[in-house]
Design a protein around this ligand. Structure first.
Ligand code: FES
Length: 74
C-alpha cells in the first residue's frame, strides 16, 4: 500500500478508488439488458465508480482540467 501511495503522490491519476487492488478493472456486459445510455467515469473522482456521478465538474473547476465521462449508448 505504501508503494501505491508513493505512486499516487508521484503523479498517479487515481486518488482513492479501490487502492487495495493491484489494478482496477471493471467488466461491462452488453446486449439486450444494456441501458440505452450509461456514463462511465474517466476522472477517478466518482463516488459511484466506475459510473460517473458528475464529480468531474468539481475537479475541472478546481484544477482547470477538462475531463468528462465515457458515454456508452445502446
Ligand atoms: Fe468522473 Fe464524471 S465523475 S467522469
Amino acid at each position: 500500500v505504501a508503494v501505491r501511495a508513493e505512486a499516487a503522490a508521484g503523479g498517479g491519476i487515481n486518488p482513492a478508488i479501490r487502492k487495495e487492488e493491484d489494478k482496477v478493472v471493471d467488466t461491462v456486459l452488453t446486449g439486450e439488458l444494456a441501458k440505452p445510455l450509461t456514463a462511465y467515469c474517466r476522472c477517478w473522482r466518482s463516488g459511484t465508480f466506475p459510473l460517473c456521478d458528475g464529480a468531474h465538474a468539481k475537479h475541472n473547476k478546481a484544477t482547470g482540467d477538462n475531463v468528462g465521462p465515457l458515454l456508452v449508448k445502446k
